[in-house]
Design a protein around this ligand. Structure first.
Ligand SMILES: Cc1ncc(COP(=O)(O)O)c(C=O)c1O
Length: 441
């Protein structure tokens, strides 16, 4: 293609890769040297279509020049400023722009560098809010089986995926889990399943067991993402909202994946018509070009915490050296322009029916035992062969060899392309998934 690809010159051993089979990778590396639009390119120049927006981040397609330019200009203007006691204008501008998309009332924005940090920030916000209102007995948290809430110790305690928690002890004590909603009756459902709203009663059971007045917050992903796309049963989130209201519990939506158009609406909150009290986000806020996450809080939660603090002095003892980093804010603002000018979220909503048709057309492909989907995300589960995750592992390799990148969890493929995708891209993704499934049948 006449393009000099960056080559790998380094010893592969010193880099300890996250969430990766290090030994296997280093004996058989799968690298990307370049990306543009819907495609990655390997160091050898092979084209690989990106079916998972990198890792759910790159909603506007790879290597957007507007974002690169904004970051470059920012780093030449103000590269860094201490975020404690000092600030820079773009932090305020970005918070205002983000709050145009969040559900009504959730207009106070705390910046972090990742989704994991946003989750832990939400936990601390909930504890602080209750404490300053004289309810410091509210120290328990509720989450759900099969949940993923990042990898910091708070998020690990909330986690509902066994491999993410089994080695790390309880993390934070006092976290209780509701059952997941992956019911056998809900297989091959497109959109929200009919069955399972009653599983929200698990929250009430936990209130009855531990005392609702002791629970600080209930965390859920509106659609569980990392487990492999598990949309909420109809009525489920509404019922959680009601139980939280009845018991003074804060409802937190972890929208690190479901935010910014993935559910064919600004956030899952709007897609499912249920408004949480706190909402975490990260992926896609900068199109993946800079690390950034955020917590959106109800205005009165912010007001309560700040009003309760001393007249002069810090109200919330929490923050990161790189909170609202100038380069991340510049990238975020450039991405907000892309969302607005390209009507990217509307585009996701328009694209969704065609995408979902394509995904569900794989129902008859060899080995497929379930397909779950919502908006611009689908989970395709294949029958386990040789133990959980073994088939998924082989499938990953088969897909990569055919020029397709996607995220998988165990035996489930998670397809979540960028919203700039065209029909030909969706068709390429679908046919490569089918080819790999047929080849492994
Ligand atoms: C729902 C949810 N919460 C939190 C996180 C953690 O985000 P990060 O990897 O940016 O720390 C993720 C990551 O996939 C996620 O899906």
């Amino acid at each position: 293609m006449g393009h000099a690809e960056p080559q790998v010159k380094a010893d592969l051993q010193p880099y300890w890769m996250p969430f990766s089979p290090n030994k296997e990778f280093k004996s058989e590396p799968k690298m990307f040297a370049r990306a543009k639009g819907m495609y990655f390119y390997t160091p050898e120049g092979r084209e690989v279509i990106d079916a998972s927006s990198g890792l759910f981040c790159v909603a506007a397609g790879h290597c957007r020049p507007e974002i690169a330019q904004a970051v470059y200009e920012q780093l030449n203007t103000l590269d860094f400023t201490a975020p404690f006691l000092r600030a820079h204008p773009k932090a305020f501008e970005l918070a205002q722009r983000v709050a145009e998309y969040t559900p009504a009332g959730l207009n106070r924005i705390f910046f972090t560098n990742s989704g994991s940090e946003a989750v832990d920030t939400a936990m601390k916000t909930a504890l602080m809010f209750h404490r300053v209102r004289g309810q410091s007995q509210r120290q328990l948290f509720v989450s759900r089986e099969r949940a993923y809430h990042g990898v910091n110790m708070g998020g690990v305690a909330l986690a509902g995926m066994v491999n993410n928690r089994r080695a790390y002890g309880p993390g934070l004590a006092g976290v209780y889990h509701m059952r997941h909603t992956a019911l056998p009756q809900n297989k091959f459902v497109r959109g929200q399943p009919e069955h399972g709203a009653d599983l929200a009663e698990d929250l009430l059971r936990l209130c009855n067991l531990y005392g609702g007045e002791n629970i600080a917050a209930c965390f859920v992903e509106p659609t569980a993402g990392s487990f492999g796309c598990l949309p909420p049963p109809k009525g489920y989130l509404n019922r959680l909202r009601q139980i939280c209201d009845d018991n003074g519990i804060l409802l937190v939506f972890d929208e690190v994946i479901t935010g910014w158009g993935r559910m064919a609406a600004n956030f899952g909150a709007q897609a499912f018509g249920v408004t949480p009290d706190l909402l975490t986000m990260a992926k896609a806020i900068t199109n993946g070009a800079q690390p950034m996450g955020a917590l959106a809080a109800r205005q009165d939660i912010y007001d309560t915490i700040t009003e309760a603090g001393p007249k002069q002095g810090i109200e919330f003892f929490h923050g990161y050296t790189y909170s609202a980093h100038p380069a991340a804010c510049a990238a975020g603002l450039a991405m907000m322009d892309i969302f607005r000018e390209e009507k990217l979220i509307e585009r996701a909503a328009t694209l969704s029916p065609m995408f979902l048709d394509a995904m569900h057309s794989l129902a008859d492909a060899p080995g497929v035992i379930d397909i779950r989907s919502f908006g611009m995300m689908a989970g395709i589960e294949v029958a386990a062969v040789g133990g959980p995750g073994a088939k998924g592992h082989v499938l990953q390799k088969a897909l990569y060899d055919r020029g397709l990148h996607l995220k998988s969890t165990g035996d489930t493929l998670i397809v979540a392309p960028a919203f700039i995708a065209e029909r030909k891209h969706i068709e390429e993704i679908t046919s490569k998934v089918r080819e790999a499934l047929v080849a492994l049948a």
